[in-house]
Design a protein around this ligand. Structure first.
Ligand SMILES: C[S@@+](CC[C@H](N)C(=O)[O-])C[C@H]1O[C@@H](n2cnc3c(N)ncnc32)[C@H](O)[C@@H]1O
Length: 361
């Protein structure tokens, strides 16, 4: 399964949309914010560019998209005031896959520009110019040396495709009863996932190395794990596999359909990231942190009648429905997430990694 052809966050503003179910990703932006601010301040202090290229990779469409940009603009203005230097022109590129709901992002731009003009305008208009760049971040997106800052939140754990080689000689799935790495997965499944991550992440770094100026920064934040062993903790994919297998046991889903479904996702540990960064050689790690995030905390405030499990299930549905529908068909979606909501009621903690990088000269 090629992610670029299938994956998109649930569109619109309905109950199962990404717009209505991105509180978790918003919390992740909160924990990433200090690293983002630090990177912007350091860029301005070290090079004082007159024009600053900024890219948000995997921007999606929803309340988080322009929030990240607003916060970056605020820091640029505040820092320029402190340094007593002119505010640079900000050339902002919002990137996501071709199927992303960019129209909704464009609809919110007039009010974004209005706020910018009111709060920071010089009377002649905004100093911030936003455009969309559709395409996969696993490859070139921008011209040479045009970016000073790259931000990406809750996106890089998506692989470019499900790992290859997860079928036996008869074309049957090898990761039986599972949809991601799990304790019962054979070693070849772990190896295939790691290989796919290594290929993708090194291509990501190689592409950005052409696009980011020397001294430019990247702040990348995504799902990860603490341990070197990828099977130590059950993930939310494990619980989704349970929900699917419970439907198999009732004859509602074919077992081979589950065996042959592999999520194009990988949660790396920091050592795996550092190894790829060192191998590629263009960037240096400035800092990294791991945050355990209690997924359900605060979510129940959104609604009186909806359980934590249902709210977590909606979060996963908003991001994963497109790939599940592609493989299993739309008829199973309501039922699988109804079952999933019961399973996730108790297990709600996830790990988020934030890594800050600088481009070498
Ligand atoms: C969970 S959303 C995160 C959106 C936003 N950054 C936030 O924090 O709310 C992940 C986004 O990454 C995008 N994505 C996944 N793989 C991608 C790729 N190879 N290139 C560009 N975008 C990608 C998805 O389409 C999706 O919109």
């Amino acid at each position: 399964m090629e992610t670029v052809k299938v994956l998109h966050m649930n569109k619109g503003v309905g109950e199962t949309s990404y717009v209505m179910n991105s509180t978790l990703q918003s919390k992740i932006i909160d924990v990433t914010n200090p690293a983002t601010k630090k990177a912007i301040v350091e860029i301005l202090c070290s090079s004082r560019p007159v024009r600053m290229g900024i890219a948000d990779l995997g921007c999606s469409s929803g309340p988080n998209t322009l929030r990240v940009i607003s916060e970056i603009v605020d820091v640029v203005h505040a820092t320029s005031r402190v340094l007593d230097c002119p505010v640079p022109e900000l050339v902002v590129h919002l990137n996501d896959l071709f199927t992303n709901d960019f129209n909704t992002v464009f609809d919110s731009l007039p009010s974004f520009y209005k706020t910018q003009r009111q709060e920071k305008g010089n009377g002649f208009g905004s100093t911030c110019f936003v455009s969309a760049v559709p395409g996969s971040f696993y490859g070139r997106l921008f011209p040479n040396k045009g970016l000073h800052f790259v931000h990406s939140s809750s996106s890089l754990h998506w692989l470019s495709q499900a790992p290859l080689g997860l079928k036996d000689g008869w074309g049957r799935g090898l990761n039986k009863g599972k949809i991601y790495i799990s304790k019962s997965s054979p070693q070849c499944v772990l190896d295939a996932y790691l290989r796919q991550f290594q290929n993708d992440f090194s291509l990501f770094l190689k592409s950005r190395s052409q696009e980011v100026v020397a001294g430019g920064r990247m702040v990348l934040s995504f799902m990860g794990r603490q341990s070197m062993d990828p099977t130590t903790l059950p993930t939310y994919w494990e619980l989704l596999a349970h929900a699917l297998m419970s439907m198999v046991s009732e004859g509602l889903v074919e077992e081979e359909k589950v065996n042959s479904f592999d999520v194009p996702y990988y949660a790396p540990c920091i050592e795996e990231l550092k190894l790829e960064i060192e191998k590629e050689g263009s960037f240096m790690v400035i800092s990294h942190e791991a945050y355990e995030i209690d997924w359900g905390a605060g979510m129940e405030l959104q609604s009186d009648s909806t359980s934590r499990g249902e709210l977590v299930a909606r979060t996963i549905r908003a991001v994963a429905e497109s790939i599940l529908e592609f493989h299993f068909g739309s008829h199973i979606i309501d039922e699988v997430f109804r079952r999933y909501a019961k399973l996730v009621e108790e297990q709600l903690s996830i790990l988020n990694l934030v890594i800050s990088l600088v481009k070498r000269d």
